[in-house]
Design a protein around this ligand. Structure first.
Ligand SMILES: Nc1nc2c(ncn2[C@@H]2O[C@H](COP(=O)(O)OP(=O)(O)OP(=O)(O)O)[C@@H](O)[C@H]2O)c(=O)[nH]1
Ligand SMILES: [Mg+2]
Length: 434
C-alpha cells in the first residue's frame, strides 16, 4: 500500500440575503412586501473520478470555496443559487475530519458526497407578512456555508509489480521511471520491503511497485519469501525482469540460462496462487548496455525457447525505459478498469449526517461558562440567529417571538435577572435583543 494524502479546507457558499421591497401601487406610497428570497450557497462536493490518479492537485491549493447564492430582488424575484463546486478525487479516497472522524469512503467511480453544505438563502420580506405585520421592514440574512478541514487519503494498490531474481535491476528501473529513490546495490536482497513510485505518462500516472527479489522456493518462504508474493498478487500487471549479466559467458549470452531464470520465477508464481500466475506479464530483458545494445539475436533465441521478450532495455543508461512506460500505459488502464466495479447508485449523493430532531428550533442546549456567560447551541436555532438582521426592529421582534415560542426567552430571563450577563447563540451575542 502506498499512501497519498492531502489536507484541505472546504467552504460551502454563503447564502444570499433576502430582499426588503414593496409593491408600487397607485396612490399608495408603499404597497405590500414583495422582497424575494436569497439563493442558497453552493455545496462543495467530492466526486470519485477514474481519470484522476493522485491527490497531487490538492498539494498546493488548500482552500476550496463554493460560490455564494445571489441576493433576492424586488417583485418576489428569488436570487439564483450558487453552483456546486465539484472536487475530483481518485477512486479509493478516504475522507476524514479534523479530529480523525471518518466522513466518507469514495471507492467507486462516480460516487459523490456533499462535504460542505452551502448556507441557506435568507427569506425576503414578503415571507414575514402577517395580520399584525402588514409591511415587514426586514428580511433574513444569508447563512454562512459550512466550513471544514478535511484529510484526503488515497490507499493505492500498485498498477504494475516489477519482479525477478535478486540484483536483476528492479530498484534501478523504478528509480529511473518514477519518483521513487530506493537503495540500489550489487548484492542480493538489497530491497527488503516493496517500494512504490508514481510514473507519469503524459497527463496520467500509475503506480509501480518494486518487490524484493524472488528465488527458488520463494512460495515456500525462502529468501524474503511469500511475504511479498501476496503483495504482487494485488498488482494489476507484472514486469518480469531478466538480467543479461546472469547469462553472460565471455561476450556471449546463454539464452538457456535466461530461460532457466524465467521458468524458476514462473513456477514460484504458479505454486503460490493461480491468480498470480494468470496475471498479465511483460518480460523485459535488462542490462543490454553490457552487450552493447545487441539484443536482437537473444530475443530470437528466447522466442524459440517459448519466451516473448516485450522489450530490451538498460536501466543503467535508460535505453528504452521511457518507451516502456508509454507502451504499457494502455494495458495498465485496461486492467485498472477491471479492478474498479461501478455500482448502479454511484451517482446518488448521500448526506453526511441524516437530519434528525436536533434540527428543530426547540432542540438546544444551554451551557454556563466559568466567566458567567451563557452559550446556547442548537443547529436550527443557530442558523436562525445568524440569519437574523439585528439592525432592523422588525427582525428583532421576530427573533423575540421565536425565542418566546420555544421557551428560551423565559429561561434566559430567569438566568440573567437584572445582571449583565453575555448570552451567545452560536457565535452571536444576543443579550441585548432578548
Ligand atoms: N550494467 C548495468 N547494471 C545495472 C543495470 N540495472 C541495474 N544494474 C546494477 O545491478 C545491480 C543491482 O541493481 P538493483 O536495482 O539494486 O537490483 P534489484 O533487482 O533491485 O536487487 P534486489 O533488491 O537485491 O532484489 C546494481 O549494481 C545496479 O547498478 C543495467 O541496466 N545495466
Ligand atoms: Mg532492489
Amino acid at each position: 500500500m502506498f499512501l497519498d494524502e492531502a489536507t484541505i479546507s472546504v467552504l460551502g457558499g454563503y447564502g444570499g440575503k433576502g430582499c426588503v421591497s414593496y409593491r408600487r401601487e397607485k396612490y399608495v406610497p408603499r404597497g405590500g412586501p414583495n422582497g424575494g428570497d436569497g439563493g442558497d450557497g453552493g455545496n462543495v462536493i467530492l466526486i470519485a473520478d477514474e481519470n484522476t490518479d493522485t491527490l497531487s492537485d490538492y498539494a498546493s491549493d488548500k482552500r476550496f470555496g463554493a460560490p455564494k447564492g445571489k441576493m433576492g430582488l424586488g417583485k418576489n424575484m428569488n436570487g439564483r443559487g450558487g453552483e456546486d463546486l465539484l472536487l475530483k478525487v481518485p477512486p479509493g479516497t478516504v475522507v476524514t475530519g479534523e479530529n480523525g472522524e471518518h466522513l466518507a469512503d469514495l471507492s467507486v467511480n462516480g460516487q459523490k458526497v456533499v462535504i460542505a453544505h452551502g448556507g441557506k438563502g435568507g427569506f425576503g420580506n414578503s415571507h414575514f407578512k402577517s395580520s399584525v405585520r402588514q409591511k415587514p421592514d426586514f428580511a433574513e440574512l444569508g447563512e454562512p456555508g459550512e466550513e471544514k478541514i478535511i484529510k484526503l487519503e488515497l490507499k493505492l494498490v500498485a498498477d504494475v509489480g516489477i519482479i525477478g531474481y535478486p540484483s536483476v535491476g528492479k530498484s534501478t528501473l523504478i528509480s529511473v521511471i518514477s519518483s521513487a529513490k530506493p537503495k540500489i546495490a550489487d548484492y542480493p536482497f538489497t530491497t527488503l520491503v516493496p517500494n512504490l513510485g508514481v510514473v507519469d505518462v503524459e497527463d496520467r500516472s500509475y503506480i509501480v511497485c518494486d518487490v524484493p527479489g524472488l528465488i527458488e522456493g520463494a512460495s515456500e518462504g525462502k529468501g524474503l519469501g511469500d511475504k511479498f508474493l501476496r503483495h504482487i498478487e494485488r498488482c494489476g500487471i507484472l514486469i518480469h525482469l531478466l538480467d543479461v549479466s546472469r547469462a553472460l559467458e565471455g561476450t556471449e549470452v546463454n539464452a538457456e540460462k535466461l530461460k532457466e531464470d524465467y521458468d524458476a520465477i514462473r513456477s514460484e508464481l504458479e505454486a503460490y496462487s493461480p491468480t498470480l500466475s494468470k496475471k498479465k506479464e511483460f518480460v523485459i530483458l535488462n542490462k543490454i548496455d553490457l552487450i552493447a545494445g545487441n539484443s536482437d539475436s537473444i530475443e530470437t533465441e528466447l522466442k524459440k525457447l517459448g519466451i516473448d521478450i516485450f522489450m530490451s532495455i538498460s536501466s543503467a543508461t535508460r535505453e528504452g525505459t521511457d518507451l516502456l512506460t508509454k507502451k504499457i500505459h494502455p494495458v495498465v488502464l485496461e486492467e485498472r478498469e477491471k479492478r474498479v466495479p461501478v455500482k448502479e447508485d454511484a451517482g446518488k449523493i448521500p448526506t453526511l449526517k441524516p437530519l434528525d430532531d436536533s434540527n428543530k428550533m426547540g432542540a438546544y442546549q444551554i451551557e454556563k461558562q466559568s466567566d458567567g456567560s451563557i452559550i446556547v447551541s442548537g443547529k436550527r436555532l443557530e442558523q436562525f440567529t445568524v440569519m437574523t438582521d439585528f439592525s432592523k426592529e422588525g427582525a428583532i421582534q421576530r427573533f423575540r417571538d421565536v425565542l418566546e415560542r420555544i421557551g428560551l426567552k423565559q429561561t434566559l430571563e430567569n438566568e440573567i435577572g437584572e445582571s449583565e450577563i453575555d448570552v451567545f447563540i452560536g457565535g452571536i451575542k444576543v443579550d441585548s435583543f432578548i
